[in-house]
Design a protein around this ligand. Structure first.
Ligand SMILES: Cc1ncc(COP(=O)(O)O)c(C=O)c1O
Length: 400
């Protein structure tokens, strides 16, 4: 028998070598208590959360929690069914109405996760003979959507509009083309570089899908994302998003103005062949989405936090993923995995949680400490965070 697990041996060895140094496993942290969107108890210690993507801090919003409790009482704990069978409740339709209002679009489809939204929409709209042109730094769910639909994948260099245009022009005339772009690329926190990326795609006959997972709620005048901020929202064909970041629960969605959009409900396998979200989840999502429409003050405070952290970390001597803060993600580049893990652990001992990201998930083989800010981090907390980075950085030799 060939042990089908043998392909994981290099990873098992790398992990064992790291853990033999006595370091806390960075991928096995337990939140023993969660006090708020910005504070939890980890290893018995009060810990500031700086790696949760809870950008707008909606997880403890009293209206959101009340809506979830009410739905749990009135509709039970789960639907036990697909959206196309017994799994569509009033709450699912109300959630889709909230999304249509939020984006001012004609159609909205709720999936069980953002991962499934990308998987489903991409694989269903672009099939075997179609081409998907995508930024090389795209999220795994986008790549998996391409693989599921069996489309031809044409990657281009991160945020390189000339490369995108060149690739588009090389595709056979008449072929189906879908360009997939993200609003904010989550590894380095980079923004989609130019509004022209959408225009170039359309001019070359492609449909455009944008994943606004890390920009919804925060970027754009109404929090609709980078497509709104760049003034191209009416030109994109599909917007994908998630409830697991700014919305503060779990789930995913696609909104669109395409006149035939509703047919996806019958042909999109990751929508049809899975159970729908529990009533409590869609009730919390709908309430949160409606509140996000009216959150300009929180958006402004989140930008302030992001700028303050970025400037402070640079001043301390850390190398960051972007020259300027472009989003609520600030990536600190570590020299290697060992140093990154040591710094991650030192921060945890200080009382700060960030994400450790390592290859292959990261671009160019980098090890990153990814920080994601929350609109509910106070100015004092950002000051505390910088103090912890200074102490941990000096203790591990990452800064002098
Ligand atoms: C860009 C992007 N798209 C999609 C997803 C998937 O979202 P979900 O957590 O809802 O599955 C993520 C999650 O990290 C993401 O970063």
């Amino acid at each position: 028998m060939t042990d089908l697990f043998s392909k994981f041996d290099p990873l098992i060895e790398q992990r064992e070598t790291l853990l033999e140094t006595g370091i806390t496993d960075p991928f096995n942290l337990v939140m023993e208590e969660v006090e708020s969107p910005t504070v939890a108890i980890c290893n018995g210690r009060r810990t500031i959360l700086l790696g949760t993507y809870n950008y707008m801090g909606m997880t403890f919003d009293p209206d959101v929690i009340a809506a979830g409790k009410r739905a749990l009482d009135e509709f039970g704990s789960g639907t036990t069914g697909s959206r196309v069978l017994n799994g569509t409740y009033g709450g699912h339709k109300a959630c889709e109405e909230a999304l249509k209002d939020f984006y001012a679009m004609d159609h909205a489809m709720v999936f069980s996760t953002g991962y499934q939204a990308n998987l489903g929409v991409i694989s269903t709209v672009a099939g075997k003979d179609d081409y998907i042109i995508l930024d090389i730094d795209s999220h795994a769910s986008i790549y998996d959507g391409c693989a599921l639909g069996n489309a031809q994948i044409v990657p281009f260099r991160h945020n390189d509009i000339e490369a995108l245009e060149k690739r588009l022009k090389r595709i056979p005339a008449g072929a189906g083309k879908l360009v997939v772009l993200e609003g904010v690329y989550s590894m380095l926190g980079t923004l989609r570089r130019s509004r022209r990326m959408v225009a170039v795609s359309k001019a070359n006959g492609a449909m455009v899908l944008v994943d606004e997972a890390h920009s919804m709620g925060f970027i754009g005048e109404n929090g609709r994302g980078v497509a709104e901020a760049q003034g191209v929202i009416d030109d994109v064909d599909f917007i994908i998003g998630t409830f697991s970041k700014s919305v503060g629960t779990v789930g995913g969605f696609c909104v669109s103005n395409h006149p035939k959009f509703e047919i996806l409900r019958l042909v999109c396998r990751p929508y049809v062949f899975t159970a729908s979200l529990p009533p409590s989840v869609v009730a919390t999502a709908a309430t949160s989405i409606r509140k996000l429409m009216d959150s300009a003050d929180k958006r402004a405070h989140l930008w302030e936090n992001s700028k303050r952290l970025h400037a402070g970390l640079r001043q301390l001597g850390f190398t960051l993923g972007t020259e300027e803060p472009q989003s609520a993600i600030i990536a600190v580049i570590m020299p290697d995995l060992e140093k990154g893990a040591a710094m991650w652990e030192a921060l945890l001992h200080e009382g700060l949680y960030v994400n450790l990201a390592r290859p292959p998930a990261t671009p160019a083989g980098m090890t990153l400490l990814r920080c994601s800010l929350c609109a509910l981090h106070s100015e004092e907390q950002v000051g505390e965070i910088l103090g912890m980075f200074a102490a941990a950085g000096r203790a591990t030799g990452c800064i002098s």
